[in-house]
Design a protein around this ligand. Structure first.
Ligand code: GLC
Ligand code: MG
Length: 687
């Protein structure tokens, strides 16, 4: 129905007269009711209404042309009723089907990967990343300036080593105030600005958390040594003799006795690291509460996770008995190194895991909002006692860390061979509790850079291994460009551990990040000071130069990381061992339901190798190299019976096959959480 509006009046234009219309309100009919043939009359004379009446007409009765009775009369006829009912039941059926479908999809969908699984964890040593104020030491503002680097690399998780207020005896691992930022690194405002900016850019910030000890300048320690009633048992004190302060044979990780006599209190205190790092007494409930409060403080500020430092040292046996000597014949006076003792009473003590569970539970409270999961990783070097490390995953009922750092690949340089690498990888895969998520570390601020200890030849293939294994890779700053250790002369030593024993110095792996060929490698562009020397190779090994080179270590890192995150089989598919010998380690990644899969052939040997994989029937005969660490070999087509690799060369081969390897060789394969791909719908489902 269409109204033509004239000044002050409304004209009912071409319209259909409602058959059987009755003016129930008794008003004047708008047309001639005596018309002998009203039904079907098409061109009724136009009706004129004055404007007030028109308003009422349109507002109150938008369908006033058809009164209720007429509607009812017509709508109950079969030709209207039946389609209406069909439509009604169809709508109900469709809604129910949709609900059922949604519920099924939800029930069958595997969990999405969490942020700490999807991206590598990148470690920043803040002293060495970027100096914004020219004092020669990196700082928080410097980090904020360089956030674009993570976007470029497609990295989402950034762990920053400590920046709490500290006398810097152990460069921040000796904390004077857990609630303050050290002025060397900036202010609390700088921290908040950095965190906000990281969150804006979709990055997560993982803080270092140091529960085992504080600085000897911490307020708690000062009150404790003064025997303040509340604080006197905050640390581990025992009687000892000022002239021979050694209540037992325990030794510090940094060497010598782990006891120091304190003149103020007239007793000895325990320190498993430097004497300026007294161990907290976790048998004291007040200490436990202080730590919980600190966790809450930083979670409340919005940090996304913690790297829990030195966790195995948190508790010590209360009886303080001597630890057994590794060599019982050694003179007790000559026991000075951590390697001289079995640490039965100073590490991994009963009750440790209860503490970690409590902390995890605290973090869970802050993890409830969507997208706010708080991540925990623990640091514990357990060496051959891998089962001790695995305990930090918690049990299937009670969670602890999301993963404990996997340091086993740090042993890679000991023997660069395919079999050795397979052994190191398998150490983790074979011992990890079912359904848990692996991770891989090839460097950090405590260990020599792997590029230096394994040799330059292996820098690229190590990155390839890291980024194609299942689980979360960890990248220590500079590994993405292949940075190496610097040489530090005795007079240049900064690390306290190095002052005790020059060969234990950790300075070589802490040199300034190499950003460009500019002065100080772009680390400090204001003055000519850097707290440690810049590596002399910085003119060729730096971010700026490598960004321009398609075949650089950086370009390969970026390509592999992006591939890892975009390919389902690489980030959540099966991992299967294919081959290992004195030179080559080969494995594949595949996902049920996807015909695209990846084969990695990595040569860790000292010479070139020809690998014959013709017995692997699931592989096609011809294999095309998607990426080689030697860019000239990109795109090459190889016969599976003759896969040629140079020493230190790694190949990522993408292939298509409808037969899945894991189905025929379940014992050679591993997956954290099984998922299958349904090609027709483009979805993953639990299978
Ligand atoms: C951890 C840190 C190390 C530090 C020690 C004491 O092992 O990684 O750098 O010296 O704990 O806090
Ligand atoms: Mg600075």
């Amino acid at each position: 129905m269409r109204f033509k509006k004239h000044a002050g009046t409304l004209e009912l234009g071409d319209c259909t007269r409602n058959p059987g219309y009755q003016d129930t309100e008794g008003t004047t009919p708008a047309y001639d009711t005596t018309d002998p043939n009203p039904v079907g009359k098409q061109d009724s004379p136009a009706v004129r209404l004055d404007s007030d009446a028109a308003d009422v007409y349109t507002q109150v009765k938008p369908y006033a042309g058809m009164p209720k009775e007429v509607l009812v009369l017509y709508s109950s006829r079969a030709r209207y009723r039946v389609p209406r009912q069909i439509l009604f039941w169809l709508t109900i059926a469709c809604t129910l089907t949709l609900i059922a479908l949604t519920a099924t999809v939800i029930a069958l969908s595997p969990r999405c990967l969490a942020w700490w699984q999807a991206s590598p964890v990148y470690q920043i040593y803040p002293r060495s990343f970027k100096d914004s104020d020219g004092d020669g030491v990196g700082d928080l503002k410097g980090i904020q300036k360089q956030l674009h680097h993570f976007q470029y690399l497609n990295i989402k998780s950034v762990w920053i080593s400590p920046f709490y207020r500290s006398p810097m005896k152990d460069f921040g691992y000796d904390v004077e105030d857990f609630r303050a930022i050290d002025p060397l690194f900036g202010t609390m405002q700088d921290f908040e600005a950095l965190l906000a900016e990281m969150h804006n850019k979709g990055l997560k910030l993982i803080m270092d958390f140091i529960p085992n000890h504080t600085s000897d300048r911490h307020r708690w320690f000062n009150l404790s040594r003064a025997r303040d009633p509340h604080y006197k048992d905050y640390y581990v004190w025992t009687d000892c003799n000022a002239t021979a302060p050694r209540p037992n044979n325990w030794v510090s990780v940094f060497g010598n006795s782990s006891w120091t006599y304190d003149e103020v209190r007239g007793q000895c205190y325990l320190h498993q690291f430097l004497k300026e790092q007294p161990d907290l007494n976790f048998r004291n409930p007040h200490v436990r509460q202080e730590i919980i409060d600190l966790i809450r403080f930083w979670l409340g500020k919005g940090v996304d996770g913690f790297r829990m430092d030195a966790v195995k040292h948190i508790l010590e046996a209360a009886h303080l008995r001597d630890e057994p000597q590794v060599d019982p014949k050694k003179q007790p006076e000559s026991i000075t190194s951590e390697w001289d003792l079995h640490h039965d009473y100073t590490t991994s003590q009963l009750g440790l895991h209860d503490l970690l569970r409590d902390w995890r539970a605290e973090m869970d409270i802050y993890s409830r909002e969507p997208g706010k999961y708080r991540f925990m990783v623990t640091e514990s070097y357990d060496y051959h006692e891998v089962d001790k490390t695995m305990m930090y995953y918690g049990s299937s009922l009670v969670k602890e860390s999301d993963f404990p750092f996997n340091f086993y690949l740090l042993d890679l340089p000991q023997n660069t061979s395919g079999l050795w690498i397979q052994h190191l990888v398998h150490l983790w895969m074979a011992n990890m509790p079912k359904g848990k998520w692996p991770n891989w570390v090839v460097g950090n601020h405590d260990k020599p850079r792997i590029g230096s200890s394994a040799g330059q030849t292996y820098i690229r293939v190590i990155n390839m291994l890291l980024l194609t294994l299942p689980g979360t890779p960890t990248t220590y700053y500079g590994e993405e460009i292949g940075m190496e250790n610097i040489n530090v002369t005795d007079s240049q030593i900064q690390d306290p551990a190095g002052k005790y024993n020059a060969s234990a110095s950790r300075d070589p792996q802490r040199s300034p990040m190499q950003w460009s060929s500019d002065v100080n490698a772009g680390f400090n562009s204001i003055t000519n000071i850097t707290w440690l020397p810049v590596h002399p190779d910085y003119r060729s090994v730096n971010v700026e130069v490598q960004k321009k080179d398609k075949g650089s270590v950086l370009a390969q890192y970026r390509f592999l990381n992006t591939l890892r995150q975009s390919e389902l089989s690489l980030h959540r598919g099966w991992f299967c061992y294919i081959h290992a010998d004195a030179k080559v380690f080969s494995y594949l990644r595949e996902l049920d339901g996807l015909d695209q899969a990846f084969l990695m052939v990595l040569n860790f040997g000292k010479e070139s190798a020809v690998t014959d994989l013709s017995s692997v029937h699931e592989l096609p005969d011809q294999l095309k190299v998607l990426m080689s660490t030697k860019p000239v070999n990109d795109g090459k087509v190889l016969q599976k019976s003759r896969i040629l690799t140079e020493a230190g060369e790694g190949l990522v081969i993408q292939y298509s096959s409808y037969t899945r390897f894991n189905l025929n060789h379940p014992k050679q394969c591993y997956i954290s959480e099984k998922a299958c791909y349904l090609g027709v719908m483009g979805i993953l489902y639990k299978c």
